[in-house]
Ligand binder design. Structure first.
Ligand code: ADP
Length: 388
């Protein structure tokens, strides 16, 4: 391949994962290479076949446009992303003035450009376009890389939302603590009775902050390990008994009785005991917190399929409306934030459950009906003893 052709292809060849990063971050100041003189009589342009072969090998959408705005080459990925057709004006399939104008400027000899736009149909996607001059003979052209950043944008938004939510959750008890400190040092300086009351509330708020920090740390630890599948043996029946024993003070206060029912032989699963304790604990906590004072809670353990064991935590509480069910495992998602906070919730319990189950290659099933109660079932791979 000629040197000039290789140079013309540099922007394309540089766009692997690392190249894309470089491309996205470089200042768009590279001067446009002077367009090579049209190759007289060179129809079809042999360089274009080489460009086409390279572009077809690239995973990202790429479109080459000439000075008349016509699509000269487009790879299969571009065909999936847009309706761009070779030989037709790009404007007839991609009606995004910002991109079309940027291409025009680059074809006119201006430096490479980057622009972002939204493709509204069939599903809304955010696309980052990198447009560079292409000098391969046959007149000035521009090569547009279309990089789908929908997922990256969504993850970025989720991260920002998470930080905002976590800060908000921590700031509320902190504000209350600072307020009470000021009151105790000021207006309530000599009021022993009020001080006692305020100190009690301050203790509750501090406990709330500690629970939140514990849950946040738990979540980040579990996420770090999520790709490592546990290989140990854990017994769900023993775990359920231990969790219920440890919860006796809370169960006593809430006047809730927990019954454990287990199928003979069911219980051993492939998993890490401490994490599964946390799963059962969080689900039992919720069943007691939301399941209505004085109600009974049932924990049922049994075989769910040839290879899986299920553990269901069932309450007879107020239940959850259907529209909330798919969102319950999102961080900080609550059906009723006020009730959750009043009952000591952090909004992270089910998110922790979901991540632990992901790590175990298990899953959480939620069934609930308003007025009838809820059933949270965990499904885990059954422990199969290795053959001797
Ligand atoms: P929280 O700390 O608020 O309990 P979770 O992630 O454990 O957070 O639960 C998310 C939300 O799901 C709760 O705020 C509550 O609205 C709802 N929820 C969870 N379990 C139950 C249940 N057994 N009955 C009714 N609502 C529940």
């Amino acid at each position: 391949m000629d040197l000039w052709l290789l140079l013309g292809l540099v922007p394309a060849l540089g766009l692997g994962a690392a190249g894309r990063y470089w491309w996205a971050r470089r200042p768009p100041s590279r001067p446009a290479p002077s367009a090579a003189a049209p190759v007289a009589g060179a129809v079809p342009n042999p360089a274009l076949s080489a460009v086409r072969a390279v572009l077809e090998a690239l995973p990202d959408a790429c479109i080459v446009v000439d000075a008349t705005g016509r699509v000269v080459v487009r790879n299969a990925a571009a065909g999936e992303l847009t309706a761009a057709a070779e030989g037709k004006p790009l404007a007839s399939s991609l009606r995004i003035p910002g991109v079309l104008q940027a291409i025009e400027r680059v074809v006119d000899g201006n430096p490479a450009e980057e622009t972002e736009f939204v493709l509204p149909a069939p599903v809304e996607r955010t696309i980052e376009a990198h447009i560079a001059p292409l000098a391969i003979g046959g007149g000035p052209m521009a090569m547009a890389f279309l990089y789908d950043t929908t997922l990256v944008t969504r993850v970025e938004r989720m991260r920002a939302d998470f930080v905002a939510n976590a800060s908000h959750e921590l700031r509320t008890p902190l504000t209350s603590l600072s307020g009470f400190i000021e009151t105790i040092r000021g207006p309530a300086k000599d009021d022993k009775e009020a001080q006692e009351r305020f100190l009690e509330i301050m203790q509750e708020q501090a406990a709330r902050m500690r629970r939140l920090i514990d849950d946040l740390l738990s979540l980040s630890r579990i996420e770090l390990n999520e790709h490592v599948r546990p290989s140990g043996k854990a017994d769900l029946v023993a775990i359920a008994r231990d969790v219920v024993d440890a919860a006796q003070p809370m169960l006593g206060r809430a006047k809730v009785k927990v019954h454990i029912e287990a199928e003979p032989g069911a219980g051993p699963v492939l998993g890490e005991r401490d994490e599964l304790v946390q799963v059962v604990q969080n689900l039992l906590d919720n069943a007691v917190k939301y399941g209505g004072d004085g109600g009974d809670v049932m924990i049922r353990i049994g075989e769910a399929s040839e290879t899986t064991t299920a553990c269901a935590i069932i309450d007879k509480g107020p239940g959850i409306a259907r529209e909330h069910l798919p969102r319950l495992t999102e961080r900080f998602y609550r059906v009723d934030a006020k009730t959750s906070r009043e009952r000591g919730g952090t909004g992270l319990g089910l998110a922790i459950v979901k991540h632990i189950l992901n790590r175990h290659r298990g899953r959480l099933e939620i069934e609930s009906e308003p007025g009838k109660g809820s059933r949270f079932t965990i499904h885990l791979p059954t422990w199969i003893a290795a053959a001797p």
